[in-house]
Design a protein around this ligand. Structure first.
Ligand code: COA
Length: 144
């Protein structure tokens, strides 16, 4: 059993690890263009790093937008998937948003293939399908 520990990133070495995970998952595995994957919002977003048994395994970020908490760039490294680590990551992010209480709801743009993952966390689909970075998405949300 992997012991997951999820922290808010506060220093440059950990931010570099988050970016390396995103690079591995989104750019190398999913072919998202680098200039779309890394954007100006990285400078102001709150970043999360998930470790399991000490190894860096997942990341995600949040930013506040129009009174909503937007969860983005959620990724678990391929060899660590399917063991509840993504769920542990999202639960920490969601608990942080609830604690901050700066938003009425949590929103995200889910890749089509990730919709069952977010549904298992009680998010619901609120849009038609659209393309972003060459990948089909639907917007999902969950009230705080
Ligand atoms: N299809 C169906 N159900 C899925 C699923 C999938 N592709 N991925 C996860 N789930 C379900 C699990 O069955 C589990 O359900 P349960 O709690 O009822 O048992 C729940 O979601 C949690 O799964 P977990 O093992 O914690 O997910 P994970 O560690 O594999 O991480 C992702 C899920 C989506 C973060 C991971 O697959 C990933 O990084 N994918 C590539 C990047 C990506 O697509 N990110 C999302 C962009 S919107």
């Amino acid at each position: 059993m992997m012991k997951p520990v999820c922290t808010i990133v506060t220093d440059a070495p950990d931010i570099a690890i988050c970016f390396a995970i995103r690079s591995e998952v989104f750019i190398t595995e999913q072919f998202v263009p680098e200039d779309i994957e890394f954007d100006d919002n990285d400078a102001t977003a709150t970043h999360f790093l998930l470790r399991a048994n000490g190894a860096p395994v997942g990341t995600g970020r949040i930013r506040y937008l129009d009174g909503k908490a937007k969860i983005e760039r959620v990724a678990v490294r391929k060899s660590y998937r399917g063991q509840g680590l993504g769920k542990a990551l999202m639960e920490t992010i969601m608990a942080h948003i609830r604690k901050e209480a700066k938003a009425g709801k949590m929103v995200l743009a889910a890749q089509q293939q990730a919709i069952p993952f977010y549904t298992s966390l009680r998010f619901t689909v609120v849009s038609d399908e659209y393309m972003d970075a060459g990948i089909p998405h639907k917007d999902m949300e969950l009230a705080l």
